[in-house]
Design a protein around this ligand. Structure first.
Ligand code: ZN
Length: 241
C-alpha cells in the first residue's frame, strides 16, 4: 500500500468508490462519506475509505497503526482511528475487522480490509427497507429471514430446531394496523402473542413499550425508576385531575 497519496490519487479512488456506491450500495442504505467537510478538508471517513480501497479489488489488509499514520498527515492530532470500524458496522461498508467475526479474510486484531464494494457489510441492516405492498418482495429484502431472530424460511427454526421456519407478517407497532410500513417478517416463534407488548424497529429489535401493563410486572426497582421519569416529566401532576 502507498503510505502517501497525492490529491489526484485520492480523487481518483474516491470517484471509483462513488461509482460502486451508486451502482450497488446506495440502494442498500450504505452511507457514503463526503470527501470534504465544510472547511474544505478531507473528512476522516473518506480518507480511511480511500486508503482501504487502494487497488480495489486487490485490496490489502491494513493495520490501525498504518491507518493512523495516514490520517495524521491531514489531522496531526489524531490518536485513535476508529473510522474503519464505524464505516463497516454503522455505515455499511464491507470492511472486515480483525477480532470481529468475519469469514471472508483472516485478520488479526486491529487489522482491517475492504472486502467488497458491491455488497454491504454482512451484518448491516441499517438500510431503510423500502416500503412495499408485496409480501414476497418484503421477505426478499430481509433475505427470507425473521427480522428478529434471523431464522430462515423453510429451514429449521433457531429456537425450535424441530420446526420449520415459516415467516409471518409481524407488526412493528402492534397498536397500529398491519399495513405497508408497519410490517416486518417474523418467524412463528418471534410473532407470538407476547410480542405485542413491544414496538419493533425495521431491524426486528425491540425499541419501545407497546403495552403499559408490562410495567406492572417489572421489578420494583424498575418501576421506581419509571415513576421517577414520569414524575419529572409530568411535574408530579395528579393523573386523575
Ligand atoms: Zn424469529
Amino acid at each position: 500500500m502507498k503510505k502517501i497519496l497525492s490529491k489526484k490519487e485520492i480523487t481518483k479512488i474516491y470517484k471509483s468508490i462513488c461509482e460502486y456506491y451508486e451502482k450497488y450500495l446506495k440502494k442498500r442504505g450504505v452511507k457514503l462519506p463526503r470527501l470534504f467537510n465544510n472547511n474544505g478538508k478531507y473528512t476522516k471517513d473518506a480518507l480511511v475509505l480511500v486508503y482501504l480501497a487502494q487497488d480495489y479489488p486487490e485490496t490489502k489488509k491494513v493495520s490501525k497503526g498504518e491507518l493512523t499514520r495516514f490520517i495524521e498527515i491531514y489531522y496531526p492530532n489524531v490518536n485513535d482511528v476508529q473510522q474503519a470500524r464505524h464505516l463497516g458496522a454503522q455505515k455499511g461498508w464491507y470492511i472486515a475487522a480483525g477480532g470481529r467475526d468475519n469469514r471472508d479474510v483472516v485478520l488479526k486484531r486491529g487489522e482491517y480490509q475492504l472486502v467488497n464494494l458491491e455488497k454491504p457489510y454482512p451484518a448491516f441492516h441499517g438500510h431503510r427497507v423500502e416500503k412495499t405492498d408485496d409480501w414476497e418482495e418484503l421477505k426478499k429484502e430481509y433475505g427470507y429471514r425473521c427480522a428478529t431472530c434471523g431464522s430462515e424460511e423453510g429451514k429449521p427454526n433457531i429456537h425450535w430446531p424441530n420446526t420449520t421456519t415459516k415467516l409471518q407478517k409481524g407488526h412493528k407497532n402492534p397498536n397500529k394496523p398491519l399495513v405497508n410500513g408497519n410490517i416486518i417478517p417474523q418467524c412463528q416463534k418471534c410473532n407470538r402473542a407476547d410480542r405485542n407488548n413491544w414496538v419493533y424497529d425495521e431491524r426486528g429489535r425491540v425499541i419501545k413499550l407497546a403495552n403499559p401493563n408490562v410495567i406492572k410486572r417489572s421489578e420494583k426497582k424498575i418501576r421506581w425508576k419509571v415513576y421517577k421519569i414520569l414524575y419529572k416529566e409530568f411535574d408530579g401532576k395528579n393523573p386523575d385531575e
